[in-house]
Design a protein around this ligand. Structure first.
Ligand SMILES: [Zn+2]
Length: 163
């Protein structure tokens, strides 16, 4: 049994005790935490692949004047970054049409090694949760949601001690 499965099993077991013993409001918030853990766990690998691709591409943007830049690798890094950020919002057909182009700009950017390019292209086939995984420059929606549901749970569990 892998570490992730062990942790998941421990959470399920803990949750079953909460369901049995805790007030229903606490149990409901605990179920939210569990659901959010499950989502994060399911998406963890793909999320790591995409977020590191995004930051490597950003690191390969033109360090000088992008408007006058003649370096195709810098331009490709920017175009690939832009495509990845918007990928989840494209129509299926547009994604299909752009897949070869995505591969080209990822390779031409020289920001990612070939294995990483393959992983990104593999991830690009399924866009469920895409925007949440990508987040933004500073935002990380999945983790923010996790912190929110966790603090709801902690609040309600804490208050239940004094009721
Ligand atoms: Zn440049």
């Amino acid at each position: 049994m892998g570490l992730l499965e062990q942790k998941a099993a421990a959470v399920v077991e803990a949750l079953s005790r909460v369901e049995l013993l805790a007030p229903s409001a606490v149990a409901a918030r605990a179920r939210d935490v569990w659901a959010q853990c499950f989502t994060l766990e399911r998406l963890a690998l793909k999320r790591a692949v995409l977020r590191s691709a995004i930051s490597k591409l950003e690191a390969n943007w033109c360090p000088r004047n992008a408007e006058r830049c003649q370096d195709s690798h810098h331009a490709s890094a920017f175009v690939a970054w832009e495509l990845l950020v918007d990928w989840g919002r494209l129509e299926d057909e547009e994604r299909w049409e752009n897949l070869d182009f995505l591969q080209y700009v990822l390779q031409d950017s020289r920001a990612l090694d070939s294995e990483h390019v393959e992983q990104v292209l593999g991830a690009a086939n399924c866009v469920t949760w895409w925007s949440e995984m990508i987040g933004g420059w500073v935002r990380d929606p999945l983790l923010e949601r996790f912190r929110a549901v966790r603090s709801n749970y902690v609040d309600v569990a804490y208050r239940s001690l004094f009721e």
